[in-house]
Design a protein around this ligand. Structure first.
Ligand code: FE2
Ligand code: FE2
Length: 236
């Protein structure tokens, strides 16, 4: 499988005719998204409805929470059709741990806005990398999801822009960036990841974890600079 340019799997029926390594790779990715989308909506988006300061902000936050839950539903539905047991598509089942970003104990509205600004940017990069995926049902799902992830990141940017107009809330946004940003570069996985090599071999993903991480750092830097704020030094 040196040259994956023409390798395409158009349907779930064709999926089951592919080598085990391809099937396992697709299942890993779909499962990870199904779990993390649900976990994110439970620990961040839904609790943020209570933190939102105005009826309008609450309404928009409800919309974000529903969309994140909807992403879980989409990935879980695909997961079941390609043979992943239902319980393996839920957080903390089957031993698969959700991402470390979910350990962040969100307590304030500015923290939620920064999670959307920087966390959903990370998600955009992950989904963007799947829009040319060789498995078409997953590619189509990524294409449906990307506009909603862009809306979430824009939501974060818009509310952060409002918050930085006043000194006290501006400091809260900078404080949230200082705490949240260092957790995010790890989101892209280890350097020289064997999974990533296999994903690229089968045309499932395009970029290395390192390339995605560098791109993420640059895009996060530009976003935060645009707000007149600063990124702390990232750990990874
Ligand atoms: Fe999502
Ligand atoms: Fe999102």
């Amino acid at each position: 499988m040196e040259n994956n340019e023409k390798f395409q799997v158009k349907t779930v029926e064709e999926f089951f005719q592919q080598p085990e390594e391809f099937q396992t790779s697709i299942r890993k990715i779909v499962r990870s998204h199904a779990i993390n989308e649900l976990y994110g909506s439970q620990v961040f988006d839904e609790p943020a409805i209570a933190l939102a300061p105005t009826p309008y902000a609450k309404w928009l936050t409800c919309r974000v929470a529903m969309e994140e839950y909807g992403h879980h539903v989409r990935f879980a539905e695909l997961g079941e059709t390609i043979g992943i047991p239902h319980d393996d598509l839920l957080p903390r089942s089957g031993g698969k741990r959700p991402l470390s970003i979910f350990d962040f104990a969100m307590k304030t509205w500015p923290e939620f806005c920064v999670l959307k600004l920087l966390g959903d940017l990370a998600e955009i990069l992950q989904i963007e990398d799947l829009i040319q995926c060789s498995f078409h049902p997953l590619r189509n799902l990524a294409r449906m999801t990307i506009p909603e992830e862009r809306f979430h990141a824009q939501f974060g940017e818009d509310f952060c822009s409002d918050l930085i107009e006043q000194d006290d809330t501006r400091e809260q946004v900078q404080g949230a960036i200082d705490h949240i940003y260092p957790l995010l570069p790890a989101f892209f996985g280890a350097a020289n990841s064997r999974n990533n090599i296999t994903f690229r071999k089968w045309g499932i993903k395009v970029r290395t974890n390192e390339a995605m991480r560098e791109d993420y750092k640059n895009r996060a830097h530009q976003l935060v600079e645009k707000l007149g704020l600063e990124l702390p030094d990232a750990v990874a």
